[in-house]
Design a protein around this ligand. Sequence first.
Ligand code: SAM
Length: 323
Amino acid sequence: MTTLPEAGRPLGAPATGDGRGLDRPGAIEAAFTDADFGTVAALIHRETGILITQAKKSMLVSRLSRRLRHHGLASFSDYVTLLEGRGGQAERRALISAVTTNVTSFFREPHHFDALAALAPDLIARARSGGRVRLWSAGCSTGQEAYSIAATLLSLAPEIAQLDLRILATDIDPVVIETARAGIYDRELLGERTPESLLRVLQEGPARNLVSMAAPVRSLIRFEVLNLLEPWPFHGQFDIVFCRNVVIYFDVETRLTLWTRFATRLPEGGTLFLGHSERMDPRLDPLFSPAGVTQYRRTAVPQSDPALLPTLKNAARKAPICP
Ligand SMILES: C[S@@+](CC[C@H](N)C(=O)[O-])C[C@H]1O[C@@H](n2cnc3c(N)ncnc32)[C@H](O)[C@@H]1O
């Protein structure tokens, strides 16, 4: 078992000053052995698809040091033991929260919301004539993406909450889903040029510096915790999927699997939006064609989910979500 220098002293507590303490530059990182790093990185990859290479070791060290402090652990090998032990499930969830990057904003990559506004009239017309319309913000973080989608649609058809048009918004991290559900944000997050459509769905928050999402916009969205790599506990198609700035952290194979799964949930003509640094893999050309900036249109007939997913984790089925 590898023990950190000065075992027993909580991480971050003052060192003894003999030069051997954790305050020594690189001490914590050095105490994270390659074997422990490999175990934790493999667990993160298995559970989330997120790839943590050696180059990101110091990032992982800094995020995990907080977890070690929280548990009063003195070594990373103790932390690995905790993760792998019988009671490790709660800590594995906390680990996922610690390693996910949740950066987001309202109307991030605004051209996608212009594209959504251009696609919306057909969707709204279908909903108005009694049809079902579904959109999915997959990897929604703290909810700004889903609220921006809803604000865009509400600005075009204020009555949509009365129609069969809904947005499912999911994320692997329960902490961000709680924030998204609360729908309360710091006024500063609105930025300087808040779109009119967003201003219309905001109301005063519980404190002067806070704003809150109004009821009509909330009623359009369902927020749920969901790991995109696990079986999806719902049936049915989505007209539009936003999965932006999520696969950037995945390895190539996981990206391909996920995008292929989205293809099974998009009808022909459905749209998938990716993040600004993500590009559809040419191997999936039979399934998607470019339709704008990091915007892809579903082209061919979907194949069945299981046939496409030989490597899918056989996770326990959860209570179904009705998007
Ligand atoms: C950088 S944020 C992007 C938020 C938003 N889509 C945007 O573009 O502003 C990436 C989100 O993906 C989530 N994520 C990462 N791996 C995931 C997985 N396997 N399943 C579901 N969500 C995941 C993270 O928790 C994080 O909130």
